[in-house]
Design a protein around this ligand. Structure first.
Ligand code: FAD
Length: 428
């Protein structure tokens, strides 16, 4: 008989989910929380966390590297990435429960554990913006041998460099170009808003390799694994978001960066497909994290509303507060099972051949927008305390607001959903 914490876990993955969740929470509690405590205010005070350029100081980045490596050693960091790129090959449905558990327990605002301080990379669980992921399945054998071991063990990180100053939603507008020269490709251009770019060792850079194909929107963009130490490559600035003093988003310049031909990731000219592997994974992973983030906010609101007295009663006695708590629960229940159903469809893809493009967009846009509203309500329930930096609620709100832009804005998700339906995909 499953206990209450088992609710919703499909029978066929019950053991793997329970083992992974228990193991991961114990790992973070015993290995990472003590590191946090030792570092003290360095992780809390942004004036110490970042230098003047907005980069996290070396001590912070070294601690994050250690977390990645410990997590990889314990079997968690790349657990959802394919085995061919050094991952654990564990399915997307399990990812939902693991990410939910991580964020519900630890909440936002923990730079060694979860999203925090404007960072959209998280050190305990890798994602396509920094670690091993489905995006890398198309690497060549020589790259697999040379680069994957350090990426998989968390020592080195990647970043996903697609967007440019004049090409965000419209990825076909990118201007960065790669031209063949002998055995190499020579890349010129610039990228903007790239998560983890100030710290990445191996940026995955998207560039135009066939202008005619791009004009017809029939391919012509390719992905390349670059080394940050390659001559001509530089990160020119950190781009802090939502009031932070720094972060992990940055812009980069590529001036005659020469990469060997075997560093093309995926098929030449099919970089858009490679990008969509990463972006689709990112969308469902964000939605899964949102479930845990939202539950964290509801848990805090339930606790606080029963302790906080006003007019001689706990505020949880007032219907106005109860309705906010109930609305949070309605959204959490809806988003959790929406993400679970979408994950089920993704896992079934090899059998059905149907990638649930519409459902992935629905899950991302719904989870992020509802979780932003849940944080808004949680702040309201907490009154002035909700706005203070002592609680991570304002950090959670800023994270949700931020996530309405990357991996496809809310409008682009709605565009995708509508286009899929207009092409005939109206199944629900
Ligand atoms: C914190 C952060 C992290 C990021 N990380 C990465 C990363 O790691 N790698 C990477 O490559 N990029 C990254 N990005 C870039 C991100 O993908 C783009 O910001 C996003 O795609 C939107 O592009 P844009 O900012 O150029 O806005 P625009 O595309 O200029 O959009 C402006 C507005 O117009 C709307 N709009 C645009 N086109 C349409 C349309 N056809 N129909 C309706 N509305 C439309 C948009 O929804 C938006 O509201 C990141 C961005 C942020 C903010």
């Amino acid at each position: 008989m499953p206990d209450a914490s088992d609710i919703g876990i499909p029978d066929d993955i019950r053991d793997i989910v329970k083992g992974s969740v228990t193991g991961m929470l114990q790992f973070v509690e015993s290995e990472i929380v003590p590191m946090e405590q030792e570092m003290g205010s360095l992780l809390v005070d942004e004036r110490k966390f970042f230098d003047e350029s907005g980069r996290a100081v070396d001590e912070v980045m070294e601690a994050r590297r250690q977390v990645r490596m410990k997590s990889a050693k314990a079997g968690f960091y790349g657990m959802f990435a394919p085995e061919s790129v050094g991952g654990g090959g564990i399915g997307i449905r399990t990812m939902l429960f693991v990410e939910e558990a991580l964020y519900r327990k630890f909440g936002p605002g923990r730079p060694l554990i979860t999203w925090a301080k404007g960072f959209l990379s998280q050190p305990v669980l890798a994602s396509f913006v920094d670690g091993p992921s489905h995006m890398l399945v198309g690497i060549t054998e020589s790259v697999r041998k040379e680069f994957i071991p350090q990426i998989a063990n968390g020592d080195k990180t990647v970043c996903f460099a697609l967007s440019e100053a004049d090409a965000g939603s419209d990825v076909w507008a990118i201007k960065t170009k790669a031209k063949r020269d002998g055995d190499d490709w020579v890349i010129n251009g610039s990228k903007q808003w790239i998560t983890n770019s100030p710290y990445a060792d191996y940026p995955i850079v998207f560039a135009v390799t066939d202008e005619d194909a791009v004009k017809e929107r029939k391919g012509g963009i390719s992905a390349f694994l670059v080394e940050a130490s390659d001559p001509g490559y530089s990160v020119d600035s950190v781009l802090p978001v939502m009031g932070h003093l720094g972060g992990d988003c940055g812009s980069m310049v590529l001036e005659n960066v020469r990469v060997p031909a075997d560093r093309v990731v995926g098929e030449l000219g099919q970089g858009f497909r490679t990008a969509m592997f990463g972006i689709s994974e990112g969308r469902i992973s964000i939605a899964a994290n949102m479930v845990g983030m939202a539950e964290f906010a509801l848990d805090r609101s339930l606790e606080y509303s029963q302790q906080r007295m006003s007019f001689g009663k706990p505020i949880s006695d007032y219907q106005a507060i109860q309705f906010m708590l109930a609305d949070m629960a309605i959204d959490i229940y809806t988003m959790k099972y929406m993400v679970l159903q979408t994950s089920t469809l993704i896992e079934a893809f090899p059998k059905t051949g149907r990638l649930p493009v519409k459902e992935i967009s629905i899950a991302k846009v719904y989870a992020v927008e509802r979780t932003q509203d849940i944080y808004d309500k949680a702040i309201q329930v907490h009154g002035g305390m909700g706005l203070s930096n002592e609680l991570p609620l304002n950090e959670g709100f800023r994270i949700c607001r931020t996530l309405r832009i990357p991996d496809g804005t809310g409008e682009i998700q709605r565009r995708t959903i509508a286009r899929q339906m207009l092409r005939g995909d109206t199944a629900f």
